[in-house]
Design a binder for this molecule. Sequence first.
Ligand SMILES: *Cc1c(COP(=O)(O)O)cnc(C)c1O
Length: 371
Amino acid sequence: MISSFIPPHRILMGPGPSDVSQRVLDALARPTIGHLDPMFVELMDEIKGLLQYAFQTENALTLPISAPGSAGMEACFVNLISPGDKVIVAQNGVFGGRMKENVERCGATAIMVEDNWGEAVNVDKVALAFEQNPDANTLAFVHAETSTGALSDAQALCALASENNALSIVDAVTSLGGVALKVDEWGADAVYSGTQKCLSCVPGISPVTFSHRAVDHIQNRKTRVQSWFLDMQLVMGYWGANTKRAYHHTAPVNNLYALHESLLMLQNEGLEQAHLRHKRNHEALVTGLEAMGLSMAVAADVRLPQLNAVNIPEGVDDAAVRARLLNEFDLEIGAGLGALAGKTWRIGLMGESSCEKNVETCLSALKTVLA
Ligand SMILES: *Cc1c(COP(=O)(O)O)cnc(C)c1O
């Protein structure tokens, strides 16, 4: 007999999803209303405003895509890239590789600039790639590489793109809410994120924002966007300002209640306070891990506070440790991904998960399991 699914109470300290507060879960459980209900349209406008705050932008085309971060990624690529384009893709982990896939599936050429996993994107190497490929019209990179725990200099990379008359596509899935991300000040053109990392909302939505330059570029495309669902010209008819909202697809109504609540919590805390909290808890975790004799996989100056990659000590059974943490302590940490599988653990301190109590719980559980 199949009965209702009752999930266990886990502490989520992996690469996402992160802990979702009761306040956000309560919002999710409120009554479903129609997606063209005037009250819902008001909610949509508030979400746009809250997202503009989170992204630090005045971009009119700022909205949540009704699908996870990967769809936000795809939305940026399919709208900005046309067949025959040349795109410089900086890769220093798993997600840069997905960018390459996206470029190629758009019928464009990816010029790869590769850095070691665990290191930041090398800005000088990207500058050289622009010199060697003056016809490249887009630069794509990952701000916070969740697969390795490294932070890249998004400000310098966006500046480099605009100096070279190229648009920038920025993966901010893990950076938004955890570290500074100033879309307007840095001149980023297309930025996508996710709800389940530092926003601590339920998974399944992808906030995106497009600059005026990006919107012009989309409106002047010579070919149709290959994806009907993600074609921003069509999505704008539903989410756009000053338009009569036209049906495009049914918005995930309750998920958007949850997103509204989590963005409101971020605004109430304040972005800078949220960044400071992530930094403080990260420092406490590193201090504790090093006191246990463990070492970090990423150099201190480019470590992500929200995603801590730890070297797995020689002779320790990676999977067995994670299984014991889950079964005995209800604690989820992440495994290494791609080239780092079996070599690192990824301890997330994202959004709600970034709190003193979680740091203490994780350190004492690891101590017990490794003893
Ligand atoms: C999680 C993540 C994604 C993908 O988001 P999904 O919601 O899993 O589709 C993309 N880029 C980065 C850097 C991520 O951390």
